[in-house]
Write a new protein. Sequence first.
Length: 223
Amino acid sequence: MPHGVIFDMDGVLVDSEVVVGRIEAEMLQALGAEITFDDIVANFMGLSDATMAEALRRDWGIELPATFDEERTARTYAAFDTDLQAISGIDAVLDELVARGVPVAVASSSAPERIERSLAITGLADHFAGNVYSASMVEHGKPAPDLFLHAAAQLEVDPSVCVVIEDSPHGVAGGVAAGMRVIGFTAAGHCGPGHADILRTAGAHSVAATGDELTTLLESLVD
């Protein structure tokens, strides 16, 4: 087992990317943008809201209105209250790590309030003993390594013996840049047949498709 495991949240702990991606696509289409749900997954998954807004401005010529974040948050929270589920099998993965005394943390691009809400709705919060970190806490979000390095520092674990669990190429790149071993995870609803290859191309050292596969991979790691 590794000395520490750092989990992305959206698409790794909670099956939220399908919900949020559809909301974002609908809102951007209402602004006149020719952007699909698949475009959202391919280009913006794993990025902070600020980084996404910058990419939309730079690469798509889209200037988000001042009310965009507020409306997206309201629609997202309403959908989470009725639809958000934990990723199948992830609670057993967390139970095993905690039982073995392996420190675990969340490192998410989402805002702190959304992280707290998501973990509470799905009943996963207690696994992390407060070790929950948002991109808003560091200077640069994913794909920069800052957030993962911050999480490792808070766990008091050297980055070289940490493992990152990620579902997005941006997150994978950030974990690799932090000098950590990265396991791609494709159990979420937005992960299509080619998603594992996308994560490997981004630098994932291995990929798990289920919670059982993830536990097996973690158990296979030695100091």
